[in-house]
Design a protein around this ligand. Structure first.
Ligand code: GLY
Ligand code: MN
Ligand code: MN
Length: 476
């Protein structure tokens, strides 16, 4: 159990009450929904991993304690099961809100000790038509629900009705979470600005240490990020930070390690903090010593131009995939222009796109939804066009792929835009580009007439990065 001095302040409960009411309205007559929070995970012996609540549960309660579960019924009633007050345990593990205080603090209709949940659930499920819960998220929940339903079944001879349907609550909650509301946007902005500040400090530290002739390691920059995240109030990183020096940048899931950062290297940092339950996700690639070499700058400007092309399409009415297609078009042309791809072998830009020849250097998608989870929930397919399928054959694998129309962008959606180029040494690839890995990533909130980039507190133009690394200001 993780000891905490106090729970974070619980913000305006009306936001969560309104979200619960929205869920209740979608459950159908006689529906009931069960949403547990995340379990604690042992790390070794009696030490746990740092606790992180379940995002769906938090979205509906604002409650961050473990050992809790929420039940919502179609009539709008909400019941919280939570850890009971226990002064002896609270001395060791920290403050617990407890059921009595939970009702006014969280605005739920009623609250009980979590120890009562197993006994109360069969009665709550009796005479309900549909039971909803998040499928395939909580280990053992399906089995637990089955046990509760069996208890209801045992009472059918006394006239009890058993819910006949079980449905995935994710389909309801994912769609709600996809659209960031007025409560969430300022928190996401704050997460983005803390992370942006952390990136600036890491860049400046790199140049400063190299100027002083010090032995710079990836972990020095990781330490700078962590320091800044905590310094400015974030709770922890939203995901394992990537700090990749030189050729390590070509490993997409590299983690900050101990490799030396040398003058002349590029450093790729993909790191973002989580602030009050909301993630940020930024990548910047910069010259360790503060000055891009010619080939580094050529590739950097190309990736940035591809990101610009995608940002121009991050607006209502465009489709999610339009942003990827735009980056591919720019990168494919650039790969031909810079000689990464030999036009005598691969043909023109349309051939490079059609045959996916660019995939040698750009092998991931351009973005993903972001929010409470760094890879947030939400369908990438346009719900109103689900039935419109088409088939195509993948030019590289030969696999037959079923396509559905990509999601149409609407205000409130939040996506990353993160093109990259990763050049592993290979025959025919100009040596000047070998082992260069570049990614540029920002978080774009779709607005009424375009998008707001939440992460541009850290500059992205090569000249501006060079300027801030020359400057090397100390932390304010
Ligand atoms: N940091 C994870 C990602 O960019 O998707
Ligand atoms: Mn990302
Ligand atoms: Mn990232």
């Amino acid at each position: 159990m993780q000891a905490t001095a106090s729970t974070p302040a619980i913000p305006a409960q009306s936001v969560y009450a309104e979200r619960r009411a929205q869920v209740a309205r979608q459950l159908g007559e006689g529906g009931i929904a069960i949403i547990p929070t995340a379990p604690e995970h042992p790390r070794n012996r009696d030490s746990d991993f740092l606790y992180r609540h379940d995002s769906y549960f938090y979205y509906l309660t604002g409650f961050t304690e473990p050992n809790a579960s929420l039940v919502i019924t179609a009539d709008g009633k909400s019941t919280l099961f939570c850890a009971p007050k226990d002064l002896a345990r609270e001395i060791w593990d920290g403050y617990r809100l407890g059921p009595d205080a939970a009702v006014p603090a969280l605005g739920v209709s009623e609250a009980y000790s979590v120890a009562e949940q197993a006994a109360r659930m069969p009665k709550m499920l009796e005479n309900r038509s549909v039971v909803w819960y998040p499928f395939a998220i909580h280990q053992g929940l399906e089995g637990t629900v089955a046990q509760w339903l069996n208890s209801v079944r045992a009472r059918t001879r006394y006239g009890a009705l058993v819910p006949e349907q079980q449905r995935d609550l994710c389909s309801v909650l994912d769609e709600m979470r996809l659209f960031k509301d007025a409560h969430e946007v300022p928190i996401l902005r704050r997460a983005g600005s803390i992370s942006a500040r952390a990136h600036i400090l890491a860049m400046q530290r790199s140049a400063r240490m190299l100027r002083a002739g010090q032995d710079v390691r990836e972990y020095h920059l990781d330490a700078e990020l962590l320091q800044a995240f905590r310094e400015y109030g974030s709770q922890y990183p939203a995901y394992g930070s990537i700090v990749a020096a030189g050729a390590n940048a070509c490993v997409l899931h590299y983690r900050a390690d101990a490799a030396p950062i040398r003058s002349g290297d590029l450093v790729l940092i993909d790191a973002g903090c989580e602030f009050d339950g909301y993630a940020s996700d930024i990548t910047r690639t910069f010259p360790a010593n503060g000055k891009f070499s010619g080939p580094q700058r050529d590739l950097y400007d190309l990736v940035l131009a591809s990101q610009d092309a995608a940002i121009a399409l991050a607006r209502p009415g465009k489709r999610f995939n339009d942003m990827h297609d735009a980056t591919v078009a720019v990168l494919a042309q650039g790969m031909l222009d810079l000689g990464l791809l030999d036009k005598n072998k691969v043909g023109g830009v349309q051939d490079v796109i059609d045959k996916r020849s660019y995939f040698q250097f750009y092998m991931h998608r351009t973005g993903h939804w972001m929010g409470m989870d760094v890879h947030d929930c939400g369908s990438y397919i346009e719900p109103s066009e689900l039935g419109q399928t088409s088939e195509r054959r993948d030019p590289l694998s030969g696999e037959l792929i079923l396509n559905r129309p990509s999601r149409i962008l609407r205000p409130g959606m939040l996506t990353t835009i993160e093109p990259g180029i990763y050049v592993r040494p290979a025959d025919g690839v100009p040596e000047a580009f070998h082992n260069i890995g570049i990614r540029i990533e920002d978080d774009a909130l779709i607005t009424e007439d375009g998008c707001e980039l939440l992460t541009r507190g850290v500059p992205v133009k090569a000249d501006e990065i060079e300027a801030l690394m020359r400057d090397g200001a100390a932390r304010p």
